[in-house]
Design a binder for this molecule. Sequence first.
Ligand code: CAO
Length: 440
Amino acid sequence: METVFEVKVPDIGEFKDVDVIEVMVKPGDTVGIDDPLIAIESEKATMEVPAPQSGIIKDIKVKLGDKVSEGSLILTLEPAATDTPGAAASPATPSTAAPQVDSNSSATPANTAAATVPAARLTPASAPVNASAASIDSDATPAHKPHASPSVRKFARELGVDLSLVRGSGRNGRIFRIDIQQFVSAELTKPKSSGATLDLIPWPKVDFTRFGAIETKPLSRIRKFSKANLARNWVMIPHVTQFDEADVTDLEEFRNHINEDSVKSGVKVTMLAFVLKALVGVLIEFPEFNSSLDGDNLILKKYFHLGFAADTPNGLVVPVLRDVDKKGVRQLARETAELAASARDGKLKPTDIQGGCFTVSSLGGIGGTAFTPIINAPEVAVLGVSRLAYKPVYRDGAFVPRLMMPLSLSYDHRVIDGAMAARFIIRLATVLNDLRHSLL
Ligand code: CAO
Protein backbone atom coordinates (compact mmCIF):
# COMPACT_ATOMS: atom_id res chain seq x y z
CA MET A 1 0.00 0.00 0.00
CA GLU A 2 1.28 3.42 -0.93
CA THR A 3 2.11 5.46 2.16
CA VAL A 4 1.25 9.11 1.88
CA PHE A 5 2.01 11.63 4.59
CA GLU A 6 0.29 14.86 5.35
CA VAL A 7 2.61 17.79 5.87
CA LYS A 8 1.21 20.52 8.06
CA VAL A 9 2.27 23.97 9.11
CA PRO A 10 4.57 23.49 12.09
CA ASP A 11 4.75 25.62 15.22
CA ILE A 12 5.09 29.17 13.96
CA GLY A 13 4.95 30.84 17.30
CA GLU A 14 2.41 33.55 17.84
CA PHE A 15 1.35 33.77 14.18
CA LYS A 16 -2.14 32.78 12.99
CA ASP A 17 -3.99 33.12 9.68
CA VAL A 18 -0.86 34.10 7.79
CA ASP A 19 -0.79 34.47 4.01
CA VAL A 20 0.69 31.86 1.73
CA ILE A 21 2.90 34.03 -0.44
CA GLU A 22 4.77 31.42 -2.40
CA VAL A 23 4.29 27.76 -3.26
CA MET A 24 7.68 26.44 -4.27
CA VAL A 25 6.75 22.88 -5.25
CA LYS A 26 4.26 21.13 -7.49
CA PRO A 27 2.87 17.60 -7.62
CA GLY A 28 5.50 15.16 -8.85
CA ASP A 29 8.44 17.19 -7.52
CA THR A 30 11.05 15.30 -5.55
CA VAL A 31 12.12 17.13 -2.43
CA GLY A 32 14.90 16.51 0.03
CA ILE A 33 14.66 16.98 3.74
CA ASP A 34 14.58 20.70 4.60
CA ASP A 35 13.81 21.81 1.04
CA PRO A 36 11.42 24.77 1.18
CA LEU A 37 7.80 23.91 0.38
CA ILE A 38 5.89 27.14 0.88
CA ALA A 39 6.59 30.64 2.14
CA ILE A 40 4.15 32.32 4.47
CA GLU A 41 4.07 35.87 5.63
CA SER A 42 2.59 37.62 8.60
CA GLU A 43 2.69 41.36 9.22
CA LYS A 44 5.92 40.83 11.08
CA ALA A 45 7.84 38.06 9.40
CA THR A 46 8.36 35.94 6.34
CA MET A 47 8.72 32.26 7.06
CA GLU A 48 9.53 29.27 4.97
CA VAL A 49 8.12 25.86 5.75
CA PRO A 50 10.70 23.21 4.90
CA ALA A 51 10.08 19.57 3.99
CA PRO A 52 10.18 17.44 7.12
CA GLN A 53 11.50 14.55 5.07
CA SER A 54 12.44 13.66 1.53
CA GLY A 55 9.94 12.25 -0.93
CA ILE A 56 7.67 12.97 -3.86
CA ILE A 57 4.98 15.63 -3.66
CA LYS A 58 1.55 14.15 -4.28
CA ASP A 59 -1.11 16.81 -3.71
CA ILE A 60 -0.77 20.48 -2.87
CA LYS A 61 -3.52 21.58 -0.52
CA VAL A 62 -2.79 25.32 -0.41
CA LYS A 63 -2.55 28.05 -3.00
CA LEU A 64 -1.24 31.61 -3.12
CA GLY A 65 -3.25 33.92 -0.91
CA ASP A 66 -4.64 31.17 1.37
CA LYS A 67 -4.51 31.81 5.09
CA VAL A 68 -2.86 29.15 7.22
CA SER A 69 -2.08 28.58 10.89
CA GLU A 70 -0.23 25.97 12.84
CA GLY A 71 -1.62 22.57 11.85
CA SER A 72 -3.06 23.63 8.47
CA LEU A 73 -2.56 20.96 5.85
CA ILE A 74 -0.01 22.03 3.23
CA LEU A 75 0.44 18.98 1.04
CA THR A 76 0.74 15.25 0.92
CA LEU A 77 4.03 13.56 0.34
CA GLU A 78 5.10 10.06 -0.57
CA PRO A 79 8.29 9.48 1.37
CA ALA A 80 11.44 8.31 -0.35
CA ALA A 81 11.90 4.55 0.01
CA THR A 82 14.97 4.88 2.20
CA ASP A 83 13.49 7.60 4.32
CA THR A 84 10.66 6.10 6.30
CA PRO A 85 9.45 8.70 8.71
CA GLY A 86 9.98 7.91 12.30
CA ALA A 87 12.55 5.26 11.49
CA ALA A 88 15.29 7.09 13.25
CA ALA A 89 13.24 7.80 16.27
CA SER A 90 11.04 4.77 16.48
CA PRO A 91 11.16 1.27 15.08
CA ALA A 92 7.42 1.39 14.46
CA THR A 93 6.28 2.45 10.99
CA PRO A 94 3.07 4.43 10.67
CA SER A 95 0.04 2.26 10.91
CA THR A 96 -2.38 4.34 8.90
CA ALA A 97 -2.44 5.05 5.20
CA ALA A 98 -2.05 8.76 5.69
CA PRO A 99 -0.27 9.45 8.93
CA GLN A 100 0.39 13.04 9.81
CA VAL A 101 3.80 14.56 9.82
CA ASP A 102 3.10 17.26 12.30
CA SER A 103 5.72 18.92 14.37
CA ASN A 104 3.36 19.76 17.13
CA SER A 105 0.60 17.25 17.45
CA SER A 106 0.98 14.52 20.02
CA ALA A 107 -2.06 12.61 18.77
CA THR A 108 -0.70 10.91 15.68
CA PRO A 109 1.37 7.81 15.25
CA ALA A 110 3.93 9.84 13.37
CA ASN A 111 4.57 12.02 16.30
CA THR A 112 7.99 10.55 16.85
CA ALA A 113 8.92 11.47 13.30
CA ALA A 114 7.39 14.83 13.82
CA ALA A 115 9.98 15.59 16.40
CA THR A 116 12.54 15.65 13.61
CA VAL A 117 10.63 18.23 11.61
CA PRO A 118 12.65 21.40 11.81
CA ALA A 119 10.90 24.54 12.96
CA ALA A 120 9.96 26.99 10.25
CA ARG A 121 12.80 29.31 9.50
CA LEU A 122 11.99 32.90 10.17
CA THR A 123 13.35 35.98 8.57
CA PRO A 124 12.79 39.30 10.32
CA ALA A 125 10.89 41.74 8.12
CA SER A 126 9.88 44.74 10.09
CA ALA A 127 9.86 43.70 13.69
CA PRO A 128 11.81 41.37 15.93
CA VAL A 129 10.64 37.76 15.81
CA ASN A 130 10.93 34.99 18.32
CA ALA A 131 14.57 34.10 17.94
CA SER A 132 14.11 30.77 19.66
CA ALA A 133 12.09 29.58 16.67
CA ALA A 134 14.12 31.43 14.14
CA SER A 135 17.29 31.11 12.23
CA ILE A 136 17.75 34.71 11.25
CA ASP A 137 18.85 35.48 7.73
CA SER A 138 22.21 36.99 8.45
CA ASP A 139 22.46 39.23 5.40
CA ALA A 140 19.04 40.81 5.80
CA THR A 141 19.34 44.47 6.55
CA PRO A 142 15.92 45.34 7.95
CA ALA A 143 16.01 48.99 6.90
CA HIS A 144 16.55 48.14 3.23
CA LYS A 145 15.00 44.73 2.94
CA PRO A 146 13.39 43.87 -0.39
CA HIS A 147 10.24 41.80 -0.19
CA ALA A 148 11.24 38.19 -0.92
CA SER A 149 11.12 34.80 0.72
CA PRO A 150 14.26 33.24 2.20
CA SER A 151 14.57 30.77 -0.67
CA VAL A 152 14.38 33.59 -3.21
CA ARG A 153 17.01 35.48 -1.21
CA LYS A 154 19.18 32.39 -1.22
CA PHE A 155 18.74 32.07 -4.98
CA ALA A 156 19.68 35.75 -5.43
CA ARG A 157 22.72 35.30 -3.20
CA GLU A 158 23.87 32.30 -5.21
CA LEU A 159 23.73 34.40 -8.39
CA GLY A 160 25.26 37.45 -6.71
CA VAL A 161 22.14 39.55 -7.40
CA ASP A 162 21.46 42.62 -5.27
CA LEU A 163 17.74 42.23 -4.52
CA SER A 164 17.21 45.96 -4.11
CA LEU A 165 17.79 46.28 -7.88
CA VAL A 166 15.20 43.67 -8.82
CA ARG A 167 11.68 44.70 -9.70
CA GLY A 168 9.25 42.32 -8.01
CA SER A 169 6.21 41.24 -10.00
CA GLY A 170 4.22 40.12 -6.96
CA ARG A 171 1.81 41.92 -4.72
CA ASN A 172 3.49 44.89 -3.00
CA GLY A 173 6.51 44.38 -5.23
CA ARG A 174 7.27 40.91 -3.82
CA ILE A 175 10.19 39.38 -5.68
CA PHE A 176 9.86 35.86 -7.05
CA ARG A 177 12.44 33.53 -8.50
CA ILE A 178 11.25 34.38 -12.02
CA ASP A 179 11.94 38.09 -11.35
CA ILE A 180 15.55 37.27 -10.51
CA GLN A 181 15.87 35.11 -13.59
CA GLN A 182 14.52 37.93 -15.75
CA PHE A 183 16.79 40.45 -14.05
CA VAL A 184 19.86 38.33 -14.69
CA SER A 185 18.89 37.73 -18.28
CA ALA A 186 18.31 41.47 -18.84
CA GLU A 187 21.66 42.31 -17.23
CA LEU A 188 23.48 39.80 -19.40
CA THR A 189 22.00 41.17 -22.60
CA LYS A 190 22.65 44.82 -21.73
CA PRO A 191 25.23 46.56 -23.92
CA LYS A 192 28.51 46.65 -22.06
CA SER A 193 29.50 50.08 -20.80
CA SER A 194 32.74 51.35 -22.21
CA GLY A 195 33.09 53.86 -19.37
CA ALA A 196 34.92 53.43 -16.11
CA THR A 197 32.96 51.93 -13.23
CA LEU A 198 32.46 53.72 -9.93
CA ASP A 199 34.75 52.26 -7.34
CA LEU A 200 32.61 52.98 -4.30
CA ILE A 201 33.03 51.65 -0.81
CA PRO A 202 30.03 49.64 0.45
CA TRP A 203 27.02 51.35 1.99
CA PRO A 204 27.47 51.53 5.78
CA LYS A 205 25.62 48.79 7.65
CA VAL A 206 24.71 49.99 11.09
CA ASP A 207 22.77 48.25 13.82
CA PHE A 208 20.77 51.34 14.80
CA THR A 209 19.17 49.52 17.74
CA ARG A 210 22.50 49.89 19.52
CA PHE A 211 21.82 53.60 19.77
CA GLY A 212 18.10 53.75 20.53
CA ALA A 213 14.61 52.64 19.55
CA ILE A 214 13.82 52.39 15.84
CA GLU A 215 10.93 51.55 13.55
CA THR A 216 11.52 49.84 10.21
CA LYS A 217 9.24 50.92 7.40
CA PRO A 218 9.54 49.18 4.02
CA LEU A 219 9.91 51.56 1.08
CA SER A 220 6.90 51.88 -1.18
CA ARG A 221 7.19 50.44 -4.67
CA ILE A 222 7.34 53.96 -6.14
CA ARG A 223 10.06 55.01 -3.75
CA LYS A 224 12.11 51.94 -4.57
CA PHE A 225 11.98 52.73 -8.28
CA SER A 226 12.69 56.42 -7.81
CA LYS A 227 15.55 55.55 -5.46
CA ALA A 228 17.27 53.52 -8.16
CA ASN A 229 16.50 56.07 -10.90
CA LEU A 230 17.59 59.11 -8.91
CA ALA A 231 20.84 57.47 -7.80
CA ARG A 232 21.69 56.54 -11.38
CA ASN A 233 20.82 59.99 -12.73
CA TRP A 234 22.79 61.73 -10.00
CA VAL A 235 25.98 59.76 -10.57
CA MET A 236 25.82 59.45 -14.35
CA ILE A 237 24.80 62.97 -15.38
CA PRO A 238 27.17 65.87 -14.80
CA HIS A 239 24.60 68.29 -13.35
CA VAL A 240 24.97 72.04 -13.22
CA THR A 241 22.16 74.20 -11.81
CA GLN A 242 21.58 77.73 -13.07
CA PHE A 243 19.36 80.06 -11.01
CA ASP A 244 17.33 83.09 -12.01
CA GLU A 245 14.14 84.93 -11.10
CA ALA A 246 11.23 85.88 -13.31
CA ASP A 247 9.15 88.94 -12.59
CA VAL A 248 5.60 87.52 -12.71
CA THR A 249 3.79 90.48 -11.17
CA ASP A 250 1.70 91.11 -14.27
CA LEU A 251 1.22 87.45 -15.02
CA GLU A 252 -0.12 86.79 -11.51
CA GLU A 253 -2.49 89.72 -11.87
CA PHE A 254 -3.70 88.31 -15.20
CA ARG A 255 -4.04 84.82 -13.67
CA ASN A 256 -6.15 86.12 -10.81
CA HIS A 257 -8.27 88.02 -13.29
CA ILE A 258 -9.00 85.04 -15.54
CA ASN A 259 -9.56 82.83 -12.53
CA GLU A 260 -12.60 84.89 -11.63
CA ASP A 261 -14.15 83.36 -14.78
CA SER A 262 -12.46 80.04 -14.24
CA VAL A 263 -14.44 79.48 -11.07
CA LYS A 264 -17.53 79.19 -13.28
CA SER A 265 -15.85 76.71 -15.65
CA GLY A 266 -14.50 74.74 -12.70
CA VAL A 267 -10.88 74.86 -13.87
CA LYS A 268 -8.48 76.99 -11.86
CA VAL A 269 -5.63 78.25 -14.00
CA THR A 270 -2.45 77.57 -12.06
CA MET A 271 0.92 79.23 -12.28
CA LEU A 272 2.30 75.85 -13.28
CA ALA A 273 0.16 75.89 -16.44
CA PHE A 274 1.65 79.26 -17.40
CA VAL A 275 5.16 77.99 -16.70
CA LEU A 276 4.53 75.00 -18.97
CA LYS A 277 3.21 77.24 -21.73
CA ALA A 278 6.13 79.66 -21.49
CA LEU A 279 8.60 76.81 -21.27
CA VAL A 280 7.42 75.02 -24.38
CA GLY A 281 8.00 78.16 -26.45
CA VAL A 282 11.55 78.41 -25.12
CA LEU A 283 12.15 74.71 -25.80
CA ILE A 284 11.19 75.30 -29.42
CA GLU A 285 13.80 78.08 -29.55
CA PHE A 286 16.47 75.94 -27.82
CA PRO A 287 16.10 72.44 -29.33
CA GLU A 288 19.07 71.00 -27.39
CA PHE A 289 16.94 71.19 -24.24
CA ASN A 290 14.37 68.93 -25.90
CA SER A 291 16.81 66.15 -26.62
CA SER A 292 18.31 62.93 -25.30
CA LEU A 293 21.80 61.51 -25.50
CA ASP A 294 22.12 58.19 -27.29
CA GLY A 295 25.77 57.16 -27.26
CA ASP A 296 27.55 59.67 -29.47
CA ASN A 297 24.29 60.96 -31.00
CA LEU A 298 21.91 63.60 -29.80
CA ILE A 299 18.26 62.74 -30.45
CA LEU A 300 16.38 65.98 -31.08
CA LYS A 301 12.66 65.55 -30.51
CA LYS A 302 10.09 67.26 -32.68
CA TYR A 303 7.34 66.65 -30.14
CA PHE A 304 6.91 68.45 -26.81
CA HIS A 305 5.68 66.18 -24.04
CA LEU A 306 6.42 67.76 -20.66
CA GLY A 307 6.53 65.95 -17.34
CA PHE A 308 5.79 67.49 -13.98
CA ALA A 309 6.84 66.12 -10.61
CA ALA A 310 3.85 65.23 -8.45
CA ASP A 311 4.09 64.62 -4.75
CA THR A 312 1.99 61.59 -3.73
CA PRO A 313 1.61 59.72 -0.43
CA ASN A 314 3.73 56.92 -1.91
CA GLY A 315 6.47 59.14 -3.28
CA LEU A 316 7.41 61.14 -6.31
CA VAL A 317 5.89 60.40 -9.74
CA VAL A 318 6.22 62.30 -13.00
CA PRO A 319 3.05 62.35 -15.15
CA VAL A 320 3.54 63.55 -18.70
CA LEU A 321 1.42 66.10 -20.58
CA ARG A 322 1.37 65.37 -24.30
CA ASP A 323 1.88 67.97 -27.04
CA VAL A 324 2.08 70.98 -24.74
CA ASP A 325 2.91 73.19 -27.73
CA LYS A 326 -0.56 72.51 -29.15
CA LYS A 327 -2.54 73.26 -25.98
CA GLY A 328 -3.82 76.39 -24.32
CA VAL A 329 -3.17 77.37 -20.72
CA ARG A 330 -6.66 76.40 -19.53
CA GLN A 331 -6.36 72.93 -21.05
CA LEU A 332 -2.90 72.51 -19.52
CA ALA A 333 -4.27 73.52 -16.11
CA ARG A 334 -7.11 71.01 -16.42
CA GLU A 335 -4.88 68.15 -17.59
CA THR A 336 -2.30 68.89 -14.90
CA ALA A 337 -4.96 68.76 -12.19
CA GLU A 338 -6.40 65.51 -13.59
CA LEU A 339 -3.02 63.82 -13.85
CA ALA A 340 -1.97 65.04 -10.39
CA ALA A 341 -5.22 63.61 -8.94
CA SER A 342 -4.64 60.27 -10.70
CA ALA A 343 -1.07 60.26 -9.39
CA ARG A 344 -2.21 60.82 -5.82
CA ASP A 345 -4.86 58.07 -6.15
CA GLY A 346 -2.29 55.69 -7.66
CA LYS A 347 -4.35 55.47 -10.87
CA LEU A 348 -1.85 56.63 -13.48
CA LYS A 349 -1.70 54.44 -16.57
CA PRO A 350 1.74 53.42 -17.93
CA THR A 351 1.18 55.76 -20.89
CA ASP A 352 0.64 58.69 -18.47
CA ILE A 353 4.27 58.52 -17.37
CA GLN A 354 5.98 57.75 -20.67
CA GLY A 355 7.53 59.83 -23.41
CA GLY A 356 8.52 62.93 -21.43
CA CYS A 357 11.00 65.35 -22.99
CA PHE A 358 11.61 67.77 -20.13
CA THR A 359 10.38 67.92 -16.53
CA VAL A 360 9.14 70.73 -14.32
CA SER A 361 9.34 70.33 -10.57
CA SER A 362 7.22 72.94 -8.81
CA LEU A 363 7.65 73.27 -5.07
CA GLY A 364 6.13 76.73 -5.08
CA GLY A 365 2.94 75.61 -3.38
CA ILE A 366 5.03 74.35 -0.47
CA GLY A 367 7.78 76.94 -0.13
CA GLY A 368 11.51 77.46 -0.44
CA THR A 369 13.65 79.87 -2.41
CA ALA A 370 15.67 77.56 -4.68
CA PHE A 371 16.76 73.95 -5.06
CA THR A 372 18.85 71.76 -7.32
CA PRO A 373 16.49 69.32 -9.10
CA ILE A 374 17.84 66.03 -10.44
CA ILE A 375 17.48 65.44 -14.18
CA ASN A 376 14.99 62.76 -15.18
CA ALA A 377 17.06 60.63 -17.60
CA PRO A 378 17.11 60.34 -20.55
CA GLU A 379 16.03 63.98 -20.53
CA VAL A 380 18.81 66.58 -20.44
CA ALA A 381 17.34 69.28 -18.21
CA VAL A 382 14.78 69.94 -15.50
CA LEU A 383 13.25 73.17 -14.27
CA GLY A 384 12.64 73.79 -10.57
CA VAL A 385 10.08 76.42 -9.59
CA SER A 386 10.04 77.79 -6.04
CA ARG A 387 7.71 80.03 -4.10
CA LEU A 388 6.70 83.41 -5.49
CA ALA A 389 7.72 86.31 -3.26
CA TYR A 390 7.54 90.08 -3.41
CA LYS A 391 11.01 91.56 -3.60
CA PRO A 392 12.38 95.08 -4.00
CA VAL A 393 13.49 95.52 -7.61
CA TYR A 394 15.49 98.56 -8.63
CA ARG A 395 13.72 100.31 -11.53
CA ASP A 396 14.03 103.82 -12.93
CA GLY A 397 15.98 105.05 -9.93
CA ALA A 398 13.81 103.50 -7.21
CA PHE A 399 13.04 100.17 -5.56
CA VAL A 400 9.61 98.85 -6.42
CA PRO A 401 7.91 95.73 -5.05
CA ARG A 402 7.69 93.02 -7.71
CA LEU A 403 6.42 89.46 -7.49
CA MET A 404 9.38 87.23 -8.33
CA MET A 405 9.39 83.55 -9.30
CA PRO A 406 12.62 81.69 -8.43
CA LEU A 407 13.76 79.36 -11.21
CA SER A 408 16.35 76.57 -10.86
CA LEU A 409 17.47 74.96 -14.11
CA SER A 410 19.57 71.78 -13.81
CA TYR A 411 21.12 70.69 -17.09
CA ASP A 412 23.32 67.91 -18.41
CA HIS A 413 26.64 69.58 -19.06
CA ARG A 414 27.56 66.92 -21.64
CA VAL A 415 24.82 68.30 -23.87
CA ILE A 416 24.33 71.90 -22.77
CA ASP A 417 26.99 74.52 -22.20
CA GLY A 418 26.73 77.03 -19.38
CA ALA A 419 26.28 79.95 -21.78
CA MET A 420 23.38 78.20 -23.49
CA ALA A 421 21.76 77.42 -20.14
CA ALA A 422 22.07 81.04 -19.03
CA ARG A 423 20.47 82.19 -22.30
CA PHE A 424 17.69 79.64 -21.88
CA ILE A 425 16.75 80.67 -18.36
CA ILE A 426 16.96 84.39 -19.15
CA ARG A 427 14.68 83.82 -22.12
CA LEU A 428 12.25 81.88 -19.96
CA ALA A 429 12.22 84.65 -17.37
CA THR A 430 11.58 87.17 -20.14
CA VAL A 431 8.63 85.20 -21.50
CA LEU A 432 7.15 84.73 -18.01
CA ASN A 433 7.57 88.43 -17.43
CA ASP A 434 5.49 89.15 -20.50
CA LEU A 435 3.87 86.26 -22.36
CA ARG A 436 3.62 88.45 -25.47
CA HIS A 437 7.29 87.51 -26.01
CA SER A 438 6.17 83.97 -26.77
CA LEU A 439 4.31 85.30 -29.81
CA LEU A 440 7.48 86.63 -31.40
N1 CAO B 1 4.49 80.25 -5.50
C1 CAO B 1 3.51 80.51 -4.62
N2 CAO B 1 2.37 79.80 -4.56
C2 CAO B 1 2.23 78.79 -5.44
C3 CAO B 1 3.21 78.47 -6.39
C4 CAO B 1 4.37 79.27 -6.43
N3 CAO B 1 5.37 79.04 -7.28
N4 CAO B 1 2.79 77.41 -7.10
C5 CAO B 1 1.59 77.08 -6.61
N5 CAO B 1 1.25 77.90 -5.62
C6 CAO B 1 0.03 77.91 -4.84
C7 CAO B 1 -1.17 77.68 -5.70
O1 CAO B 1 -1.63 78.87 -6.29
C8 CAO B 1 -2.14 77.09 -4.72
O2 CAO B 1 -2.68 78.12 -3.96
P1 CAO B 1 -4.27 78.28 -3.73
O3 CAO B 1 -4.70 76.97 -3.16
O4 CAO B 1 -4.40 79.43 -2.84
O5 CAO B 1 -4.83 78.51 -5.08
C9 CAO B 1 -1.26 76.28 -3.79
O6 CAO B 1 0.06 76.80 -3.94
C10 CAO B 1 -1.23 74.80 -4.07
O7 CAO B 1 -0.96 74.59 -5.42
P2 CAO B 1 -0.83 73.10 -5.96
O8 CAO B 1 0.46 72.56 -5.52
O9 CAO B 1 -2.03 72.34 -5.56
O10 CAO B 1 -0.96 73.25 -7.50
P3 CAO B 1 0.17 73.42 -8.55
O11 CAO B 1 -0.49 73.44 -9.86
O12 CAO B 1 1.04 74.56 -8.23
O13 CAO B 1 1.06 72.10 -8.44
C11 CAO B 1 1.66 69.83 -8.41
C12 CAO B 1 0.59 70.83 -8.79
C13 CAO B 1 1.18 68.44 -8.82
C14 CAO B 1 2.94 70.15 -9.14
C15 CAO B 1 1.89 69.93 -6.89
O14 CAO B 1 0.72 69.58 -6.21
C16 CAO B 1 3.00 69.04 -6.41
O15 CAO B 1 2.85 67.84 -6.25
N6 CAO B 1 4.16 69.66 -6.12
C17 CAO B 1 5.31 68.98 -5.55
C18 CAO B 1 6.30 68.60 -6.65
C19 CAO B 1 7.51 67.95 -6.07
O16 CAO B 1 7.42 67.15 -5.15
N7 CAO B 1 8.68 68.32 -6.56
C20 CAO B 1 9.91 67.83 -6.04
C21 CAO B 1 10.43 66.80 -6.94
S1 CAO B 1 12.05 66.35 -6.50
O17 CAO B 1 11.85 65.59 -5.12
